[in-house]
Every structure is written in C-alpha cells, then in structure tokens.
Design a protein. Structure first.
Ligand code: SF4
Lengths: 430, 171
C-alpha cells in the first residue's frame, strides 16, 4: 500500500538511498551516499586529520570526487601548501577522480560526467545544490560530516519537505536565471527555504538550458534551502549524453502528480525586470532601477553561479564592440578550463578581451575571498557571484552588488550600475 | 564545559539577523591556523568580540545564524573561543549540523529579542527553557533531537565515531 503514496522527487531519491520504500518529511534516516564531492578548502586538509585520528580509510575511493578550486592559483605559500597537501592526499588515497585546478567543483562535477538523475550526493560546499539541475539530490555538508561520510559511506538526514516553485512565462531579453534567483531571495528571504528542498517546475523551466538550471539550483543556498532540484527532461538527457553519461537505470525520477509540498510559489517570468542585490545580503535584491548610477570600481564575472559558458556569452552580447569604462577593473574568471577553451573557440573570449576584460584563473578566486585580487578598502564591485556578505570578497569596508552577467557587463561599460536592456535596445537599432 | 544534558549559564552577547559564515570565519584568514582565524571571528560586526569573550559566554542572535558557506570553521572558532552555546531564532542548515558535529550547542529560541547584552542567561536545553533570572524572563526553546544532544555530550561526531569504530574492532 505504502508504495502508492504520492512522493516528491527528493523523497524518492532519499528513500532509495535509505533502502526504504517510503520516507516522510521529518523522518530521521541514514542514507548510503552515491558520490561525495570534496574540495581543497574543506577536503583533505580538514578531513585527513580526522581520518587519521579514527585510524580509518576512505570507504570507496571511486565514489569520491576531489576538486582543487578554492586556493587556485596558489600564489602564496599557504595556498601552495594546501594545494600540495590536496594532491598528496589524492595520491595516497588512490582518488582517481581528482580534478586539480580544472575549474570550480560545481561546474567540473557535471562537466566530467559524475552526475546523473536519482543520485544521492553530498558535497563539502554550500553550493552543492547546483547538482539538483541534473535531477540529483545533492546537498552541502561541513568537513566533520564529510569525514563521517568518507569513513562510513553514509550520512543521516531529517527528511526535508519540498517547496514547489512554479515558473511560468518567458524571460525578457537581457534577463537570466540569476535575476530569478535574486527576485526569489528578495521575496522569500535568506531563510525562506527553511532547509527544505526547493523543486522548480513549470513551463519556464522547460525553456531553460542546463546552465541556467544550474544557476537556479545553485542559489537555493541563498534561500536557506537544503537543496534545489529539477526533474530530468530532454534537456537534461541531451546534456548528459554530450558528456558521455548514459541513463542506465529505470528509476522514476519525477515527482508524482499529487505529491505533497509544504508551500507553493508562482512566478511569471515575463513580469521580471533585471535585479540587483545591494550590500550585504542577496536578500537586499530589487529592480536594477533602485541602484542606477551607483558608482563602481570593479565588475566581476566569476564563480560557479555566474561564469559558465552561457554567462560569459551573456556578457559578450552586451560588451560586443564596446569597452568597459576606464576607471573600471573588469575581471572574468571562467568557471572551468573547459569553459575558457569553449569561449576561445566561439569568439566570446576575444569579445571580452577587446572590451577590456582581464582574464583570471578558473577557480573560486575572489568569490571565496580566500586569494587573488581581493577587494580593497571601500572598493565597490558588481558581481555575477552568489553572495555579497560583508567582507566576503575582501576588506570589511568593501561593498558588493550582485547581478546577472548581463547587468554586470552593462555596468562595466558605464562604470555605474546600469540596466542591460539599454544596450540591447541600442544593438537592435544599430 | 557545556553539557547538553545539564543546565548552564553564561553572559549574553547580542547579534542580529543573518550573522553569516563569512563574518564568523572571514575568507582571507581561512588559510591561516584556526587560532588566528578565531581572533578575527565577528570582527566585521564587533571588533571587540574575540578579545573580550569569556569562556562560557553565550551568543544570542536573530534569524538565520550561520547562513552561507559550509566552512565548519564558522562553528569551530566559536567553540575554540569558548562560546557556551549559540541561541538564535533560526540557523543556517549546514551550520546547525556543523555545530553539533563539533560539540557546540545550537539552540532555537524564537524569543531571543527579549535578551539583552550582558544578561546572565540560564539554559536548560533538555527542558527547552531559557531564562534570565535577574529580570524574571522565562523563554522556551525548541527541543533538540536526542541523538544530537547525545552527540554534543560525547564531544561531537568524531568522538562518537571513535567509540563506534573501537567498539567494532573489539567485537
Ligand atoms: S565560486 Fe564561489 S560560490 Fe562557487 S564554490 Fe567557489 S567560493 Fe563557492
């Protein structure tokens, strides 16, 4: 009888990983992990001492993916030694899936074909919900939790309820998934996700490519959700095929029609305007209008959230044949080495360079605030990243405005916060 | 020493909503030893915090405490500085797990606005009671699941795994 109860996609994946027919929100269950993703910051340097203390080894080296991204390019001694420690650990533990300075974990993971629908994945990073774009249940955990996973292959969770977000309509030109995320942050707040699952559905999703879906799921972290998820469809399958992943199970990775959600929110995408989140919270978002002409020192197109190929192409649409303002430092850090190569191949790179962009290594860079060209005292930056917490990207006195790649690019041209649609209209009239 | 089974008291430090991981454990000190990182804990909000915190002091905060990154140093530095417990209206989900994994109590209480800087706060996690006896204030906190309290009592997840693994080896 139990099998016939309607279930959400997340509940199906959790139940399967827990070896149960049925789970309900609130149940505390232990799940077998299909894949564990760790990076140079929260990974080896934090978990190795714990494994040592426990006298334990990795439960299954083939189910671990290790990515060095946070301390890339390692241009100081601390960073260098962290990157080296990461390499040494990968070697000592026979981690085959080690992607050393190839890009940001959340982007490298799918690019390397590690994800497919129905998987139960833990990531040692808060933007792990990005994996939800591939129909995975993937959530972020800290290093001690991860050490527990690496030793036992399991983790506990309190089964989360799911919140349904129904996106209808179509985005206007010059808008992107990032604008949806920021609008949701404004509407629901950083606690609005209640550590539940946010499942995106609706005709708005059908028209969205895989990268835009990744952005959408990525920033469920800023909504305080445990994770985000989108049921796989043709777009997903097509992408997975392109990276050599075949869907070889007959899992039913769709929510049942009458599944129960804790909340539902509807958003008509055709009503959205470009969004900007003012310092120091993604929830300080609103129409770009409110911040027009705010003077800027830097414009950053980077991060797992905002430097995928499509994000770079959005920036190029605006910057083509134009130049960034002379007082602006426009920085682009493609989310992966592959994306950089693709951007070179399709001309995006040349357009951005001609516009005055300075290309930085593919890694977390200043988004993490760990290393690189951090923001100085009182510097103001507009950024395609996910978080603008006080001091995150540098000095405590620096300020970060979050926006889409379109808006960041348009603002770079003016040196002030700018509505990207101005440039699109002009392009149409040129 | 904080003990989830027992009651304890501490002096209150008050913070507002959205105290995030990046102000708890600022990125630019993340590569440094955790003791150094701890000395910068919350400096963006209160430069005197790390230097003036007394062991056993309590952090009292608003919504979404620990929201943001998965970096567990955000909880570790509080533990290292001697924070007795964090009592907030709500917590970032990853921070909440990290705190218990490291043996730091994170207690949900919707009425933290009643507490003022310097109040001597009495905490009874099992009973779900938070009080300020000097001002006759009695608040309720959400019950902490037994297995989390037990984990905090045992000193966190690693200590618990240690017991479990040594049990396996002996048997
Ligand atoms: S790019 Fe930024 S948001 Fe993405 S994983 Fe790196 S630090 Fe986190």
């Amino acid at each position: 009888m139990k099998l016939t109860l309607p279930r959400t996609l997340a509940e199906k994946i959790i139940a399967r990983a827990a070896g149960l027919n049925q789970v309900s929100p609130g149940d505390i269950v232990t799940c077998r992990v299909d894949l564990a993703m760790i990076h140079d910051s929260g990974g080896p340097r934090r978990v190795a001492p714990i494994l040592k203390r426990l006298g334990a080894s990795v439960w299954d080296a083939d189910k671990v993916v290790l990515v060095s991204d946070h301390y890339v390019p390692g241009d100081d001694d601390n960073a260098k030694s962290i990157l080296q420690l990461t390499r040494d650990w990968a070697h000592a533990n026979a981690i085959k899936n080690f992607h050393d300075m190839k890009g940001i974990c959340h982007v490298v993971l799918p690019e390397q074909g590690h994800l497919k629908p129905g998987m139960f994945v833990v990531g040692g990073d808060s933007h792990s919900p990005t994996g939800g774009a591939f129909g995975c249940f993937m959530f972020g955990i800290g290093a001690t939790d991860m050490a527990g996973v690496l030793v036992t292959g399991e983790t506990w969770l309190k089964v989360p309820a799911s919140i349904l977000i129904n996106l209808s309509g179509k985005l206007d030109k010059g808008l992107s998934a990032k604008d949806i995320n920021l609008a949701l942050c404004q509407k629901l707040g950083m606690g609005g996700g209640k550590y539940q699952v946010i499942e995106f559905v609706g005709s708005g999703i059908e028209t969205m490519n895989i990268e835009e879906r990744m952005t959408l799921c990525n920033m469920t972290a800023e909504l305080g959700a445990m994770t985000g998820i989108i049921a796989p469809d043709k777009v997903t399958t097509k992408y997975l095929e392109s990276v050599g992943v075949r869907i070889d199970d007959d899992g039913d990775w769709q929510s049942d029609a009458d599944a129960v959600y804790s909340e539902q929110h509807d958003l008509d995408l055709s009503t959205l305007v470009p969004q900007v989140a003012a310092p120091h919270s993604p929830a300080n978002a609103g129409p770009v209008e409110a911040h027009l002409n705010t003077p800027l020192d830097r414009a950053y197109i980077g991060a797992c959230t905002g430097a995928k190929l499509g994000d770079l192409q959005m920036a190029a649409t605006i910057l083509k044949g134009r130049k960034s303002a002379s007082n602006i430092r426009l920085m682009v850090a493609p989310a992966s080495v592959k994306i950089l190569a693709d951007a070179k191949a399709d001309g995006t790179f040349d357009i951005l360079v001609a516009a005055g962009a300075e290309f930085l290594e593919s890694g977390c860079g200043i988004c993490a605030g760990y290393i690189g060209a951090l923001l100085g005292e009182n510097e103001v930056c507009i950024s395609s990243t996910a978080r603008n917490f006080q001091g995150r990207m540098g000095a405590s006195s620096s300020e970060v405005y979050l926006a889409s790649p379109y808006t960041v690019a348009a603002s770079a041209i003016r040196g002030r916060v700018t509505d990207p649609r101005e440039f699109l209209e002009r392009a149409a009239h040129d | 020493m904080t003990n989830g089974q027992k009651t304890f008291s501490g002096r209150a430090w008050i913070f507002g909503d959205g105290v995030n991981t990046d102000v708890l454990a600022p990125g630019r000190y993340m590569a440094a030893p955790v003791e150094e990182l701890a000395s910068h804990c919350l400096e963006a909000l209160d430069p005197s915090f790390a230097a003036n915190l007394q062991p056993g002091d309590l952090i009292i905060a608003g919504e979404d405490f620990g929201v943001g990154s998965s970096r567990e140093q955000a909880a570790e530095v509080l533990k290292l500085l001697g924070v007795g417990a964090v009592i907030a209206k709500s917590f970032g989900g990853i921070f909440f797990r990290n705190a218990y994994n490291l043996g730091l109590l994170a207690i949900v209480c919707k009425q933290t606005s009643e507490i003022k800087t310097g109040d001597k706060v009495h905490v009874a996690p099992e009973a779900g009671e938070i009080s300020v006896p000097d001002r006759n204030i009695l608040l309720t906190s959400e019950p902490v699941p037994d297995f989390l309290l037990e984990m905090a009592n045992q000193g966190g997840l690693v200590a618990q795994l240690e017991t479990r693994l040594s049990g396996n080896r002996e048997s």
